[in-house]
Design a protein around this ligand. Structure first.
Ligand code: FAD
Length: 384
C-alpha cells in the first residue's frame, strides 16, 4: 500500500489562532442573521459575503502578496475552508477562483494574467467558473469537442459546455477547447492539442442557458459558444498543453474537506438531537461516522501539506474524494432511518435531511465520478 502517501500532519500553532478569528467572524455573521447556513458549498452565492471574506484576507490566503495574497500556508487555508463549510457559510461566489482558478493562473498563467485577475479574486470581487464538461465529454475530458480556431490576435471558440456551475453569476470561466487535432500515432495522442482559455462570461457570441437542479435551484448552466473571440493574452499556458494543466487542477479540486463535509450539518444536528438517548443503534451510527470523518480529515490534511510542498498528489486526492463522497452520501440516509429513535422530534434535522437527500446524488458526480476515481486508484495500484 505504499503507493499512497499519507503522512500524519499537525496543524501549526498559527492555524489555531486563525481558526479562532474565522469562527468569531462566522458566529457574528450568524448572530446578525447575515445569511442562513446551507449544507452544500455550491448552493449559496453571495457577493456581499465573499467581499467580507476577502476584506478579512481569507481568499488567496497562500498566494504571493504582490497579487493580493497573504503568503500563508496551505494548512492555514485548510482551517479557513473547514470553518466555512462547518458553519454552512455562503462561499459559492469565490470558491472556485480561490480553490483552483487562481492556483492554476499562479502556476501556468502569464505575469499579465496574474496581475489582472488575482487581486480581484482575493478581494472577493472576481468570480470564476469551470468550463470543462460537455454533453458528450464529462468523464472523458480528452474528447471535448469545443473547437478553438486561430484567428488574427486570438482564437474563435465554437461549441457547447454543460454543468457550468454559476456561469450566470461569475465573471470568467477557464474553458477547455480543442485547438489542434490530436497527434495521430503517439501514445497520449488524445491529450495533445487541448488548450485552456480565460473566457469572459459576457463575451459576444456566448449564450448561457439555465439548467435547474433536483432541489429546483438554478446552479448550473449550458454555455453555447458561437464564434466567441478570445485574445491570445487570455490563453492559459502553452496552446496545446492544456491537458497537463487540467489534470494538475484536480488535486486541488478533489482532496479538500468539501468532499466529505457536505452533510456535516446533518450529522452535527443528529448529535445534538441524540443527547440523552441510550439507543445503541443511534449512538453506534454516530460513532461510526465520527470515526470516518476524523480519518478523512487526517488524510485531507496530509494532502494539503503535500500541496503546500508543491507536490501533485492526484492519487491520494482521488482516494479521499471516493471515500469522502461515500461517507457524506451515507450520512443523510442513515440519519433518516434514525429519526424515529430520537428522544424528541427535531424539525431542523428533518429539514437538513430533506435538503441533503436532494443534493446528495450530485456529490459523487461533480469533480469526477466514483467509477473514474476508482479507475485512477486502480492504476495507482498497478492494476490497469
Ligand atoms: C453539481 C455538479 C456541478 C458540476 N459543476 C461543473 C462545472 O462547474 N464545470 C464543469 O466543467 N463540470 C461540472 N460538473 C460536471 C461533472 O464534472 C461531470 O458530471 C462528471 O465529470 C461526469 O461526467 P458526465 O456527467 O458527462 O457523465 P459520463 O462521463 O457520461 O458518465 C456517465 C456514467 O458512466 C460512468 N463512466 C464514464 N466513463 C467510465 C469509465 N471509463 N469507466 C467506468 N465508468 C465510466 C460514470 O462514472 C457515470 O456513472 C458538475 C457536475 C455536478 C453534478
Amino acid at each position: 500500500m505504499s503507493v499512497f502517501q499519507f503522512e500524519l500532519c499537525e496543524l501549526p500553532p498559527e492555524a489555531a489562532a486563525l481558526r479562532g478569528e474565522v469562527r468569531a467572524f462566522l458566529e457574528a455573521e450568524i448572530a446578525g442573521a447575515a445569511w442562513d447556513p446551507q449544507g452544500d458549498f455550491c448552493s449559496h452565492f453571495s457577493e456581499d459575503f465573499s467581499k467580507r471574506v476577502g476584506a478579512n484576507g481569507w481568499i488567496g490566503l497562500t498566494w504571493p502578496t504582490q497579487y493580493g495574497g497573504h503568503q500563508r500556508s496551505m494548512l492555514e487555508r485548510y482551517v479557513v475552508t473547514e470553518e466555512m463549510l462547518v458553519a454552512g457559510a455562503p462561499v459559492t461566489a469565490h470558491w472556485i477562483a480561490d480553490r483552483q482558478s487562481g492556483p492554476l493562473l499562479l502556476r501556468f498563467g502569464s505575469e499579465a494574467q496574474r496581475q489582472r485577475y488575482l487581486p480581484g479574486i482575493t478581494r472577493g470581487e472576481t468570480y470564476f467558473a469551470i468550463g470543462m464538461s460537455e454533453p458528450d465529454a464529462g468523464s472523458d475530458l480528452a474528447s471535448v469537442r469545443t473547437r478553438a480556431d486561430k484567428v488574427a490576435g486570438g482564437w474563435k471558440l465554437n461549441g457547447r459546455k454543460v454543468w457550468t456551475t454559476y456561469a450566470h453569476r461569475c465573471h470568467y470561466a477557464i474553458t477547455l477547447a480543442r485547438s489542434a487535432p490530436a497527434t495521430a500515432g503517439l501514445p497520449n495522442a488524445r491529450h495533445d492539442g487541448l488548450t485552456q482559455f480565460i473566457l469572459d462570461l459576457h463575451a459576444p457570441g456566448l449564450t448561457i442557458n439555465p439548467i435547474i437542479n433536483l432541489p429546483g435551484q438554478h446552479e448550473f448552466n449550458e454555455m453555447v459558444l458561437d464564434d466567441v473571440f478570445i485574445a491570445d493574452e487570455d490563453v492559459v499556458g502553452t496552446p496545446g498543453g492544456g491537458w497537463a494543466q487540467v489534470t494538475s487542477e484536480l488535486a486541488f479540486e478533489r482532496s479538500g474537506p468539501e468532499r466529505f463535509l457536505s452533510s456535516f450539518r446533518v450529522l452535527s444536528t443528529l448529535v445534538d438531537a441524540a443527547r440523552g438517548s441510550t439507543d445503541a443503534r443511534l449512538l453506534g451510527t454516530i460513532g461510526r461516522f465520527t470515526a470516518h470523518l476524523a480519518t478523512l480529515r487526517q488524510m485531507s490534511l496530509s494532502v494539503a501539506a503535500m500541496l503546500s510542498r508543491g507536490a501533485m498528489p492526484n492519487l491520494e486526492a482521488a482516494l479521499i474524494k471516493d471515500l469522502g463522497n461515500a461517507c457524506e452520501r451515507e450520512i443523510p440516509e442513515a440519519a433518516r432511518l434514525l429519526v424515529s429513535a430520537l428522544p424528541q422530534p427535531n424539525l431542523l434535522l428533518d429539514a437538513l435531511i430533506e435538503e441533503a437527500v436532494l443534493y446528495a446524488p450530485s456529490w459523487t458526480l461533480r469533480g469526477g465520478t466514483r467509477e473514474i476515481l476508482r479507475g485512477i486508484i486502480a492504476r495507482g495500484l498497478g492494476l490497469r
